[in-house]
Design a protein around this ligand. Structure first.
Ligand code: V47
Ligand code: SF4
Length: 373
């Protein structure tokens, strides 16, 4: 079927997309600014369907935010508390093991574990966390610790990042989530997240993780102070690294939620910006297999629409997410697998239950991976 675009500036880009050619930064800027948002969506949808036909992925997972105590103080963050500040929490290992054992539906296969940069937790706490989880639930995939946390572990342990990753992997780490990327542009990053690993470090830690045989995801936090140019540069830097390693699985644009954060005066992204960023991600990141519409930040309605603007994955049931809900996300605390399936079907797609590494699972026979072996 021909792809209809009304903006004449989109036509040469359409030709490139149809020929599966790489788009340039200039193409990205044209796409970002086109008045033809539906034409942009149609181009992204074309790529999405070329890669995944009518499938849309989801998974059944639980988040554990082991601590919100953090020394970084990023200006967009409503989740963290300074050491000693009211509202801070840090789970004991026993509490973490108890949460991991809580009721989860058939097909649940993943724990997503992240937290703040805690000044006092020793590296051993994280090794023991993984080892204890692996021993209790050997079939559960442990997607844990952002590159920013890994840089922090390197500082507190005195080990280099490669050794940190090797030890975590030996204790049960299965893959890395994509958090902490924010926006790579150096000046902006200094303004919003100046006290944590910089862009080069973030990218290098993912490079090392890929070299050590771990898959990872990548995110971008948008809708605060960044420009389109900075968004596109961010995607290009990820695309370059992916050309080198092939270790990224999914890109997840994270819509900024300003509430309760030091940037609380900002409005956050509009619905149209959500869809443009999604479509642009699909088109620029030609070497990423998956683009996730993370319903927790987008809201369920936008996430469903995003399935026609380039996204092929809704992430998961996400039991007990706190980072975005503390920043005012009005999406539910968790969705049932059935809700995700219905959202996908209503969008004209075929739901595909997956594990963290995108192996498809049969919802009728998939085990509960948090049942003790
Ligand atoms: O790194 C923090 C972001 C990230 C806010 O890899 C905020 O599968 C919006 O990375 N508004 C953590 N975003 C979440 C994350 C993630 C989520 C789901 C799946 C995966 C994956 C990764 O959340 C942080 C930061 O970029 N964040 N505060 C906020 N107020
Ligand atoms: Fe700490 Fe992460 Fe929040 Fe930054 S985004 S303040 S590193 S918890």
């Amino acid at each position: 079927m021909p792809i209809l675009v009304s903006d004449p500036f989109l036509k040469p880009i359409r030709d490139k997309v149809l020929a599966a050619q790489r788009l340039s930064r200039e193409d990205g800027l044209v796409l970002a600014q086109t008045p033809d948002a539906l034409g942009l969506g149609a181009l992204a949808n074309h790529v999405r369907e070329r890669l995944h036909a009518d499938k849309a992925f989801y998974n059944i997972n639980r988040h554990i935010n082991y601590s919100n105590v953090c020394i970084a103080g990023c200006s967009f963050c409503a989740f963290s508390r300074k050491p000693g500040e009211e509202g801070g929490w840090t789970y004991s290992l026993e509490e973490i093991f108890r949460k991991a054992a809580e009721e989860c539906p058939p097909g649940c296969a993943e724990l997503h574990i992240v937290g703040g940069l805690h000044p006092d937790l020793p590296f051993q706490y994280f090794l023991d966390m993984l080892a204890g989880l692996r021993q209790r639930f050997p079939r559960l995939h442990l997607k844990a610790f952002t590159a920013v946390e890994l840089a922090h572990f390197s500082q507190i342990s005195g080990l280099d990042v490669r050794e940190v990753i090797r030890q975590l992997k030996a204790h049960g780490l299965g893959s890395l989530p994509g958090g902490g990327a924010e926006v790579f542009h150096e000046d902006l990053r200094k303004r919003i997240a100046g006290r944590k690993a910089d862009a080069q470090n973030w990218l290098n830690i993912h490079r090392i993780a890929h070299e050590e045989g771990l898959k990872s995801n990548a995110t971008m936090l948008y809708g605060h102070l960044e420009t389109w140019d900075e968004r596109i540069e961010h995607m290009e830097r990820l695309r370059d690294l992916q050309d080198e390693t092939g270790g990224f699985q999914a890109f997840i644009p994270l819509a900024f939620h300003p509430e309760n954060s030091p940037l609380g005066h900002l409005p956050g992204p509009s619905g149209l910006t959500d869809l443009r960023v999604m479509a642009l991600s699909r088109l620029m990141l030609d070497n990423f297999a998956h683009i996730k519409a993370y319903w927790v930040t987008l809201g369920i309605k936008m996430a469903q629409l995003a399935l026609s603007f380039g996204a092929d994955d809704l992430d998961g049931t996400v039991t007990e997410e706190t980072i975005h809900h503390m920043a005012g996300a009005s999406s539910p605390q968790a969705l049932r697998a059935r809700d995700l399936e219905n959202l996908i079907r209503e969008a004209g797609r075929r739901p595909a239950l997956r594990d963290t590494l995108y192996n498809e699972l049969d919802p009728d026979t998939a085990p509960r991976a948090n049942e003790r072996a």
